[in-house]
Design a protein around this ligand. Structure first.
Ligand code: NCD
Length: 356
């Protein structure tokens, strides 16, 4: 099934599982990357393995030269109209590792959207010059619309969602999973672990995407620690219920720390406040990780954060061996390289070269 088989209004009505069937190719390989539902356990294992191969190849000049020879004939458009540092730079780096050329728009004020061009027309323009569009936007659902428009145009190039609204951030969830895979590779993998999410769980799209992706693992227990106003939304819990995942919600960080195999900290997403200053009225300091918490944290647990951080993790914790957020950020580059290699079907070349 492809996006050409369905009208836009009918696609919008589908549930995420049905939608995801229209986004992957017949062999299960992603074409557009819009939502975490497109990735099952096998896809996650394969992507992680490929990222690790790439990571090792990238250590040598010979390996880097090989990788850079894979996609010099492909060009990527980075359409980032919402602030981004890590996602933007890691996608740039991922493209460059594979030899792709890049163009970008980071501000609609510098594009013809200011002249009144519709987003549908803008994305068709990008597809005239590029072979894929990586997009970050504050408009929820826009990446889906763009994917449908392109699939039904004469140049159907893939769209990769690099963060849409408060809703989805699938490639962040992929790098988070890769970080967990690496962190737990010597202690039973991700299955059976307890993941504690802390902070603004209502508006943090990274939490929404990771929580859903974790349902691919057996017996993962999810704990949501947040101020009541920022607790995780019901649609996230509905996915957990449907997958028979156990979870708990609360507001006591200290009580949750000893249970955690992974603590996933997040900042307050106050850019989404409907009333100016609303988030500032919340006692958020109760949800900051402190050095005193570390005494209660398991010795082989990990502390993660999608970054950017504010005060929820003090820099003094950075040197604790359980703090993996800087490595997590770098993992983003490897997993995005693996994703592009998969979309453009050069994963087989990478396996062949790294086995030689
Ligand atoms: C996140 C995002 O944009 O959702 N950042 C990121 O991509 N690493 C998290 C955030 O902004 O808090």
């Amino acid at each position: 099934m492809a996006l050409t088989d369905i009208a836009w209004d009918a696609f919008l009505e589908l549930d995420p599982v049905e939608k995801s069937r229209h986004l992957n190719q017949d062999d299960g390989r992603p074409f557009h990357v819009l939502m975490t539902r497109q990735f099952d356990r096998k896809a996650l294992d394969t992507l992680g393995e490929l990222a690790t191969r790439i990571r090792f190849l990238a250590k040598t000049k010979e390996g880097m030269t090989f990788l850079a020879g894979l996609l010099p004939h492909r060009r990527a458009m980075l359409y980032f109209t919402q602030p981004s540092t890590r996602t933007f730079l890691s996608f740039c780096s991922a493209c460059e590792i594979l030899g792709m050329r890049i163009g970008n728009v980071r501000d609609t004020a510098t594009s013809s959207e200011l002249k009144g061009e519709t987003k549908d027309d803008s994305v068709r323009t990008f597809s005239s010059y590029f072979d894929c569009v990586v997009m970050r936007t504050q408009v929820g659902g826009l990446a889906e619309r763009m994917a449908w428009v392109l699939s039904n145009s004469e140049r159907p190039v893939p769209i990769i969602n690099a963060g849409s609204g408060k809703d989805q951030h699938p490639t962040q969830a992929l790098l988070d999973i890769y970080t967990l895979q690496r962190s737990f590779e010597d202690c039973g993998g991700i299955d059976g672990k307890t993941v504690v999410f802390v902070g603004d769980l209502l508006r943090g799209r990274t939490v929404r995407s990771l929580s859903a992706l974790l349902t691919n693992y057996e017996g993962v227990h999810q704990v949501f620690i947040a101020p009541p106003e920022l607790q995780v939304a019901d649609d996230v819990l509905a996915i957990l219920d449907a997958s028979h995942v156990t979870y708990e919600q609360g507001d006591d960080l200290a009580a949750a720390v000893p249970k955690a195999d992974a603590i996933y900290m997040t900042r307050v997403q106050d850019e989404w406040d409907t009333e100016k200053g609303a988030s500032a009225k919340i006692d958020i300091e109760r949800y900051w990780l402190k050095e005193t918490h570390l005494e209660q944290l398991k010795p082989d647990a990990v502390i993660m954060h999608p970054l950017p951080r504010r005060h929820e993790i003090p820099p003094s914790i950075d040197n604790d061996p359980r703090a993996v957020y800087w490595r997590q950020m770098r993992n983003g580059m490897w997993i995005r390289t693996a994703l592009l290699a998969t979309i453009f079907e050069c994963d087989g070349d990478i396996y062949a070269f790294s086995q030689a």
